[in-house]
Design a protein around this ligand. Structure first.
Ligand code: ADP
Length: 336
């Protein structure tokens, strides 16, 4: 800019100012030279300012483009990640659905298995009682003279067991036809006693001392009589089996009933048998878990289901020095 101004002064002085063709600046030229210099300075300042602005704008534009490129690359990366994550999630969902279907299938198999095992289990007990009582009746018959009063007792027990089996079958039929189970209000002590009567003969043979501590005046419970009898019968049988290795007359089972806090009633079975084989005692309630040679492993799982249906729970603990205690806790008066 400054070079252009200088050349302009030289050109004007040489080619346009008189005398033309001679270069010679004097005092008289000072005013226009000053004015020219001021204009040239202002024009130079303005144009260099404009140039700086344009350069700045270009720089900003380049910077903006660079940022846009960077952000686009970032977005593309995130998008790819998102696509990969979505694909992974879809795969996981498919896997999950597959597992759910498989679980449902296994669940149905277990339910059918549990139901079949439950029927077999429920019918087996009265059948066993009928066979044991039949054998006893035959023994009494073979005596000379035959013990008619004992025979009558055995036959009565057989009839009671037969009726129980029929009741169980009716119960299963009503279960299948979805008829509501028959709820009754019952005295717990009488209910536990009735179970003992069903099996008395077998225990006499097994030489187990069974004692009762029934708390008087317990509030009644409401529930399905046959189902609850089944629970207590099962706990009784398990206790007897756990004590089968004990010497005669050392096997003792204590059955207690008592009032529990929160208007509940507890029925406790304390044996002095072998105790639990497995340290993880929660497993005993799993379907098909059994440590017995011919065990089906369904008894306790069914018991727990029944007790739960009645709004109660079963607690279990090891006893010292040996044996286990099962505590069935049922709400008084429920379920309505
Ligand atoms: P099962 O009697 O067919 O084995 P259960 O469900 O009734 O099936 O019992 C499961 C397991 O719980 C038994 O195999 C046994 O190991 C354990 N168990 C149950 N009751 C007792 C008990 N009174 N003492 C020791 N172990 C017991």
């Amino acid at each position: 800019g400054w070079l252009a101004a200088l050349l302009s002064i030289v050109a004007v002085e040489y080619a346009f100012a008189y005398p033309i063709g001679i270069f010679g600046l004097g005092i008289k030229d000072l005013p226009w030279l000053t004015a020219f210099a001021i204009y040239a300075t202002v024009a130079n300042i303005l144009s260099s300012h404009r140039r700086r602005m344009v350069a700045q704008l270009l720089q900003m534009h380049a910077e903006l483009e660079r940022r846009v490129d960077e952000r686009t690359a970032d977005l593309r990366r995130s998008n790819n990640q998102l696509i990969r994550a979505t694909a992974k999630r879809v795969r996981a969902e498919v896997e999950l659905r597959k597992s759910q279907v498989e679980l449902g299938r296994i669940g149905r198999i277990i339910t059918v298995g549990e139901f079949t095992a439950s029927i077999a289990h429920e019918i087996n007990q009265p059948l066993g009682a009928i066979v044991a009582n039949g054998a006893a009746a035959r023994n009494w018959l073979q005596r000379n003279p035959p013990e008619f009063s004992e025979i009558a007792k055995s036959v009565d027990a057989m009839i009671a067991a037969g009726e129980r089996a029929a009741e169980v079958i009716n119960k299963i039929r009503s279960l299948v036809s979805e008829e509501p189970s028959e709820l009754k209000t019952m005295d717990v002590n009488e209910l536990v006693g009735s179970v003992f009567e069903l099996t008395q003969l077998g225990f006499r043979k097994a030489e187990i001392k069974i004692s009762f501590q029934f708390e008087p005046g317990l509030p009644p419970i409401r529930g399905d009589r046959v189902q609850l009898q089944h629970v207590f019968l099962n706990l009784l049988n398990n206790a007897v089996e756990a004590m089968s290795d004990l010497m005669a007359n050392t096997a003792e089972l204590l059955i207690r009933t008592e009032h529990s806090p929160g208007n509940r009633v507890s029925i406790v079975f304390e044996d002095c048998g072998s105790g639990f084989v497995d340290a993880d005692i929660t497993r005993i309630f799993e379907p098909f878990y059994s440590t017995k040679k011919n065990g089906m492993g369904m008894g306790l799982s069914i018991c727990r289901t029944i007790v739960k249906l009645h709004g109660g729970r079963i607690n279990v603990s090891q006893r010292s020095p040996r044996g286990v205690a099962f505590r069935v806790i049922l709400p008084a008066g429920a379920p309505s």
